[in-house]
Design a protein around this ligand. Sequence first.
Ligand code: CUA
Length: 160
Amino acid sequence: MNMHKYEKIWLLFGTATLLIFLIVVGISAFYMGNQPPSCAVTLNPEKVHATAPFDDPGLKKIGDNEYQLTVVASAFNYDVGTDDKIVQIPKGATVHFNATTTDVVHGFELAGTNVNMMLEPGYISTYTNTFNKAGKHTLLCNEYCGTGHHLMSATIEVVE
Ligand code: CUA
């Protein structure tokens, strides 16, 4: 079978492009250690409960209308600092989410908002969101993490 000259050129071009892409991604991920931007800060996954702020999960006021919510995820639970797993946030407040996991990869999705992170062992995931509407948001795990995956949830309640 004879290949047309241009066919060969484009086949070579396509292969070369793919190789360059894989080399660039490979160097970035494995040699330079780049991670998705939401988890740039690291911690020892075995010492989560002894590392601030994760030694004391929950909501803390850090400024005028500004809060930090620290969450520790584990199979199959979100520790948000309350026994009923409900966190109340005043309407209009800006919340800085700080989350990590003690075991496997978990998701961190706050339904009805833009808060959507992946929690990886050894990394701190952060996201900032302002809550301008009153109502309830369910925090749920969107990465399959085992038999109790569907049981992982907590509630963020924005109150007037
Ligand atoms: Cu945690 Cu799915």
